[in-house]
Design a protein. Structure first.
Length: 262
């Protein structure tokens, strides 16, 4: 008890005061806010810099899914995740996810404002919500944050998206994205998905298999590339047509994003 009293006394004596000895609580609070902001900035920037070079072996979503599985007797507890390098990720799959999720990926700096505007307009007229998250945003969300739609999480998503677009290359963003994205219940990343659904490594995927994997991404817990529904098949065919429009390849050095005809 005496130790706690001494700690409180020292804390009280160190509080900032004016010339009359009155405690300046505003200055004290501002100082702590500044310290916390600097700590947050240092930790988050440092983490993004580390992940520029180091494989991402665990994400908040992986932990959350495991807890959900363990508490549900109808779901097996499964955690399949195998990190592979950029060179081991099929270029066909890279192109397929760009066509499916973010066709402006090579051009934007993390946010597709045209897609955001269209989504807002659509959501005002329809009960079916349409998202406009880019691959960069999805990567930021999956690596650093938790699932949800709160303003706090969205704000942090914007912050981390800015950081990875600033500190990572497009190739690195794609590498991390395809290594952590959820392709099924407890199945994370392209390599684990390829092995689980097609019994082959991610660098050996065909165009059709790559498009099939990309087709389940909007809802990987309900869509299954091993038993594709008509909806998934239709989505696959659309993705294949988009891949053809791209010339069947993706070029990071000289972006080959198709331009609309004037």
């Amino acid at each position: 008890m005496r130790a706690i009293t001494n700690i409180l006394r020292r804390w009280y004596q160190r509080l900032p005061r004016n010339e009359e000895g009155v405690i300046r609580w505003g200055a004290y609070v501002r100082g702590w806010v500044l310290r916390l902001a600097l700590w947050f900035l240092g930790i988050t920037v440092g983490l993004v810099v580390v992940y520029r070079f180091v494989p991402v072996l665990i994400t908040p979503l992986m932990v959350i899914r495991t807890i959900e599985q363990a508490s549900d007797s109808q779901r097996p507890v499964r955690w399949k995740h195998d990190w592979v390098s950029f060179g081991s990720l099929s270029p066909k799959l890279q192109l397929a996810v760009v066509c499916a999720e973010d066709q402006a990926f090579l051009e934007h700096w993390g946010f597709d404002f045209q897609a955001i505007g269209k989504a807002i307009e659509h959501n005002q007229k329809s009960r079916r919500i349409r998202g406009a998250s880019t691959i960069s945003q999805q990567t930021a969300k999956n690596v650093f944050l938790w699932p949800g739609r709160s303003w706090l999480r969205k704000g942090l998503e914007v912050y981390f998206t800015f950081l990875i677009e600033t500190l990572w290359s497009k190739e690195r963003i794609m590498t991390v994205y395809l290594n952590v994205i959820e392709f099924g219940d407890g199945i994370y990343g392209a390599e684990a998905a390829s092995q689980h659904f097609f019994k082959k490594s991610a660098d050996r995927l065909t165009r059709e298999e790559a498009a099939l994997l990309a087709a389940v991404l909007p809802n990987p817990l309900k869509r299954n590339p091993a038993r594709p529904s008509s909806l998934v098949r239709n989505r696959q065919q659309w993705i294949l047509s988009q891949m053809q429009m791209w010339g069947g390849r993706i070029d990071y050095d000289e972006p080959n994003t198709p331009r609309p005809k004037q």
